[in-house]
Design a protein around this ligand. Structure first.
Ligand code: TXA
Ligand code: MG
Length: 364
């Protein structure tokens, strides 16, 4: 399929602030929604990351999304809805467990995989007979989707091969001149993409970990499984979410995760950064607040408190983009594996960090 970039000369940036009067927000989102209805593309904030939206029921819009991202077209898009009553039209049946999960976690950072109905074009689902659906909780996303006609296909709004955007300026960096509009607003707070759960079989299967953890899902539907490729980096099986097979963003510098007792980790990282800096290279660290002042690298990023993965999740993609901008050649990250985190959200952070590190982990 064609993946040539459509030439669009002007990308409008529309800022929406908390102090905007309601009438003005409504007007801006009516305009944005109109662009989608006419087959155009608009980047918009969600509670996870920025999405790159097009009309999910228009195959030409989906084609444009792939072209704007430079994304392989066998990698399916998530359809974003704003109302539970809109689900019926795009799926062929809602299994009882899916119903329970939607009731518990929608609107929110959970994507469910259903069998698709005929109205969803194969261009949107990457040729699959299933469709990924999510109802975001971000209020601007919600109103925007309604104004756009109810069904917005949206991958993360980054160029293929870059980290997902969590700030409007990341979207501007990647998408200027490629799409019609960028909605710039606050509230992209989670910072990692939604949890994806396949509900087409008897037991729900997690295809991508996220803020909604396995523990939270099992609390609602009982037994759940996890795609083996999530926790086994050596697995030779193909991941069941096609997008998880692609090489994910890796910073230009070499990223290594260092695991062990906190003081051993700090000592090891400081030895390594001192050596590298003595050799003329710039080094970076992603470290927890408890030991942050002990690091001596050129660029030290604050990952927040050790037992709380939410801050590092929110900032991880920003850190990775910044290390490139700062010309950092060697990066060391503390581990955020489950043992360090009470919420279970650490697993999603580690999943993304391991991909960025090409699974390089050092135990000290
Ligand atoms: O939080 C999010 O999910 C963000 C925001 C914008 O909503 N979106 C996002 O989309 O992360 P994207 O395209 O970057 O990731 C979608 C993932 C890909 O790994 C894709 O392969 C998988 O969802 N996916 C989509 N449809 C699927 C399907 N029918 N079966 C299995 N996996 C699917
Ligand atoms: Mg993505």
């Amino acid at each position: 399929m064609e993946t040539k970039i459509d030439v669009i000369t002007e990308t409008r940036i529309v800022a929406i602030g908390k102090s905007d009067p309601p009438g003005s927000i409504d007007r801006k989102l009516t305009l944005a929604g109109g662009i989608i209805r006419q087959g155009g593309l608009v980047a918009f904030p969600t509670e996870t990351v920025y999405g790159l939206g097009g009309d999910a029921l228009n195959s030409e819009s989906s084609r444009k999304i792939y072209a704007a991202k430079g994304r392989p077209c066998d990698n399916p898009l998530i359809v974003h809805i704003a109302d539970m009553t809109h689900l019926d039209r795009i799926v062929s049946g809602i299994p009882p467990k899916a119903q329970k999960l939607a009731k518990a976690f929608w609107p929110g950072p959970l994507t469910l995989i259903f069998r698709k109905s005929e109205v969803v074009p194969y261009q949107t689902t990457g040729g699959l007979d299933t469709v990924a659906v999510r109802m975001p909780s971000h209020p601007i996303a919600n109103l925007f989707i309604r104004k756009a006609g109810g069904y917005v296909a949206a991958p993360s709004a980054n160029l293929s091969g870059k980290p997902s955007p969590t700030l409007a300026r990341h979207v501007v960096q990647d998408m200027m001149g490629r799409i019609d509009m960028i909605i710039d607003a606050e509230g992209v707070e989670i910072g990692l993409e939604s949890t994806i759960v396949d509900v087409t079989g008897d037991i729900p299967v997690i295809l991508r970990p996220g803020y909604i953890t396995q523990r939270m899902l099992s609390g609602v539907v009982g037994e759940t499984d996890m795609d083996v490729t999530i926790y086994d980096g050596q697995s030779t099986q193909a991941p069941r979410a096609p997008g998880m097979k692609y090489r994910h963003y890796a910073p230009r510098g070499e990223l290594v995760i260092v695991e062990g007792e906190p003081q051993n980790v700090v000592r090891y990282i400081n030895e390594q950064t001192a050596l590298r800096e003595a050799g003329g290279a710039r080094t970076g660290v992603i470290g927890t607040q408890e030991v942050l002042s002990q690091y001596q690298a050129s660029s030290v990023k604050n990952a927040g408190r050790r037992r709380d993965a939410s801050m590092v999740a929110r900032q991880l993609y920003t850190f990775l983009r910044e290390f490139d901008d700062e010309d950092i050649a060697y990066i060391y990250a503390e581990s955020f594996a489950d043992s360090f985190d009470d919420s279970g959200f650490g697993q999603a952070v580690m999943n993304r960090l391991l991909k960025a590190a090409g699974h390089r982990v050092i135990h000290v």
